[in-house]
Design a protein around this ligand. Structure first.
Ligand SMILES: [Zn+2]
Length: 138
């Protein structure tokens, strides 16, 4: 989660919405990203989309089986859908997004999918090993 937060700080430095994401596979970061919608003039350039695309390129596989995705805030519905398609084992987010149209909608959407990421942990639990950040898991 610390690496995802560093990505969020990079987004803030670029006057982007400060969201960061990393994908970890076999103990190493294989994809990282931060919001770049303003820079790229692309409404889909969210941190998660960039990070999972980079991970898929790195792993030479669109299926992110065995991976854990860390994102600093609750994914939007677009990103939640992309995460379902990418099939990581686990998605951890640092905080709920109060601006989400219906809080928890993306999480509920993912839980209803046949290829859903594994569900583990929950709100209020310290996550990311010693990170101390709260986590919620899709
Ligand atoms: Zn998104």
């Amino acid at each position: 989660m610390r690496a995802a937060l560093a990505e969020a700080e990079a987004a803030a430095a670029e006057d982007e919405v400060p969201v960061g994401c990393v994908v970890v596979h076999e103990g190493r970061i294989v994809g990282r990203g931060h919001n770049r919608t303003e820079t790229l003039k692309d409404p889909t350039a969210h941190a998660e989309i960039i990070a999972i695309g980079a991970a898929a390129t790195s792993l030479e596989n669109w299926r992110l089986s065995g991976a854990t995705v860390y994102v600093t805030i609750e994914p939007c519905l677009m990103c939640a859908g992309a995460l379902v398609l990418a099939r990581p084992d686990l998605v951890v987010y640092g905080a709920r997004d109060p601006k989400v149209w219906l809080p928890g909608l993306a999480v509920r959407h993912c839980r209803g999918q046949p290829a859903q990421p594994r569900t583990e942990g929950g709100r209020g639990r310290a996550g990311g090993g010693d990170s101390g950040y709260p986590e919620a898991v899709l």
